[in-house]
Design a protein around this ligand. Sequence first.
Ligand code: FES
Length: 68
Amino acid sequence: MIVCVCNNISDREIRQAIELGLSSMAELRRDLGVATCCGKCHSCAKEVLGEHLDRLQETVLARPVLTT
Ligand code: FES
């Protein structure tokens, strides 16, 4: 799904950027250009950001702790 129509940025691209280390709207704006034109995508992009960060955190927390 295209999140930012002005810059043709999809939710998939946002999630990939998050997996590469971006973790804020400022970073998404700087690196992808999300919400840098009309700004109508800001709330949707923020929602994708929050949901994916939560999902990644849950994945990390669900991993078993290895002890040696
Ligand atoms: S839709 Fe993203 S800046 Fe316009």
